[in-house]
Design a protein. Structure first.
Length: 90
């Protein structure tokens, strides 16, 4: 549902991948990323999605398409972290 809403394409679940991103020896993000195949998108064939505060009213979903530079679940998490940090600086 989130992928359809954000990226206007259909999806099918492929796998769940554990991801741990560290920076200067500190864990900045750790969790499971859901990997989906997508259809109906002009360029992407995969999407990576996860949520924060799972099951809580403030749950936030993230869905990142596999488009350069994103080639993996870890890349998707990294791109999301950078985008969030840029947003906070604005």
């Amino acid at each position: 549902m989130v992928i359809r809403h954000l990226h206007k394409c259909e999806s099918a679940h492929l796998e769940t991948v554990p991801v741990k991103e560290t920076f200067r020896g500190e864990t900045v993000w750790e969790g499971e990323v859901e990997v989906f195949s997508v259809s109906g998108h002009p360029r992407a064939v995969k999407c990576y999605a996860w949520s924060a505060s799972q099951g809580k009213p403030d749950e936030k979903f993230t869905a990142v398409l596999e488009l350069p530079p994103v080639k993996s679940a870890l890349d998707a998490v990294r791109v999301s972290i950078v985008a969030q940090n840029r947003k906070q600086l604005e």
